[in-house]
Design a protein around this ligand. Structure first.
Ligand code: PMP
Length: 424
């Protein structure tokens, strides 16, 4: 059975179509940002009157906010099944979390990333000049490629591997546990980009054996603004603070020579200078609680039923090609990218919005090398339709989550039946 969706906001929002009608909006771009869980929003509203500064005031509201903020760390640590001495640092989102880790690499650290990563995981390592690994054609090939790369330069220098848990383009699950084992066998560490994995599957730091996890609240059914970097404390405590300012410093004093003596905190506060986003963090923790209570069946089971429905529907449409790196049978989350013969993807996404009230995304999804790799073999669709300027190098992405009703998937399939027929 596919079970009931979790209640989320936005299901009663209607949008205008090109012909003047209004229809309920079908939010199928949840890999970008997911709708907020109703319970999360309710908990934020309950807290709003008590809102106060964190780690600052002596007043009741400030104390309450500080308590909620610190409780949220515990909630997130439980949600991610962290080890005893892991620390949870609050950030703005996954991009911020990975940049924070990049700023904390030990000297001479080597970094390994697959070219298939989201730009947030591909780009923060500028200074370290990452070793790019070719797109693998399956999970076993990914593990073998990492093994070869790490073995080739086993020179005792520190090393970090950064890998996604679930692709934001194909939805495919990466063999994180196996990659972590290979990394550790070569003395390397590994950070998991769980931006797309955490909204769809339980994530256990202990079981996966990763050193750090990064995720975003706004993809995890909480409102915008808060993210997490959770994991080992040592590199983070040894690094310069990611942001310098109040809250990160334990003691600041003017020296005789006029300069400043600064003693930084260790622990999460070291990298959280400034007034923290207590509302966002509270919401994120609330989402973690709701998802934990919902259990793995809702996260995986229900979504798999919707995913099967969507993929089966797409499979019988002529001229539709679903993008896949690991093959059709690879396990995946509710993220499906595809191209349709005769359609430019951006035009197709526009029509889904303007004629059907369906929100999807078209483009290269901040993963340019991956999309280029996946579409490399595509015949020039623009030339076929006699539009030499239209770029065929983009795809349509439909993605859903724990709140998606099955009707939204059916509406997308029905719309695509029409639109495919239009160019047939
Ligand atoms: N990694 C992956 C796999 C993603 O899908 C995204 C967001 N599309 C990010 C990282 C970046 O997340 P954020 O924009 O929340 O920083």
């Amino acid at each position: 059975g596919s079970g009931e969706p979790l209640p989320v906001l936005g299901l009663d929002v209607t949008v205008p179509l090109a012909d003047g009608r209004r229809v309920p909006y079908a939010a199928l771009d949840q890999a970008a940002s997911a709708p907020v869980l109703r319970q999360v929003w309710d908990e934020v509203a309950e807290y709003a009157p008590y809102y106060g500064s964190v780690h600052r005031g002596a007043g009741h509201l400030s104390r309450l906010s500080t308590e909620l903020y610190e409780d949220a760390r515990e909630t997130v640590a439980r949600f991610l099944d962290c080890r005893e001495d892991d620390q949870v640092v609050f950030t703005r989102a996954t991009t911020d979390s990975l940049n924070l880790l990049a700023s904390a690499l030990p000297e001479d650290c080597r970094v390994y990333v697959f070219e298939t990563e989201h730009h947030a995981a591909l780009l923060p390592w500028r200074g370290a000049g990452p070793t790019l690994l070719d797109a693998p054609d399956g999970p076993a090939a990914a593990v073998a490629a990492l093994e070869r790369a790490l073995a080739a330069d086993d020179d005792g220098r520190p090393a970090l591997v950064c890998v996604t848990g679930a692709s934001n383009v194909t939805g495919e699950l990466w063999p994180v546990r196996e990659l972590a084992a290979v990394a550790h066998a070569h003395g390397a560490r590994i950070v998991l980009d769980a931006a797309q994995l955490a909204p769809h599957r339980p994530v256990s730091v202990r079981e996966l054996g990763v050193d750090w996890v990064a995720l975003s609240g706004h993809k995890l059914y909480a409102p915008f603004g808060a993210g997490v970097l959770a994991g080992r404390a040592d590199w983070l405590d040894a690094a310069e603070p990611y942001l310098a300012g109040g809250g990160a410093s334990r003691r600041v004093a003017r020296r005789e020579d006029g300069g400043l003596d600064v003693e930084w905190h260790s622990g999460p506060a070291r990298h959280e200078a400034g007034s923290p986003n207590v509302v966002g963090v509270h919401a994120l923790a609330s989402a973690c609680r709701v998802l934990t209570e919902a259990g793995p069946d809702l996260l995986a089971g229900r979504e798999e039923a919707l995913l099967a429905r969507l993929r089966e529907g797409l499979a019988v449409l002529p001229g539709v090609r679903v993008l896949s790196l690991f093959g059709d049978d690879a396990p995946r989350v509710g993220v499906v990218s595809f191209v349709v013969d005769g359609w430019d993807s951006a035009a197709l996404a526009d029509r889904l919005a303007s004629s059907y009230g369906i929100g999807v995304r078209a483009g290269l999804f901040c993963a340019h090398p991956l999309v280029r790799h996946l579409l490399g073999g595509r015949p020039d669709a623009a030339a076929e339709c006699g539009e030499p300027d239209a770029s065929p190098l983009n795809a349509v992405r439909a993605s859903f989550g724990v709140g998606t009703p099955v009707e939204h998937v059916d509406r997308l399939l029905d719309a695509l039946v029409d639109l495919v027929a239009e160019v047939a």
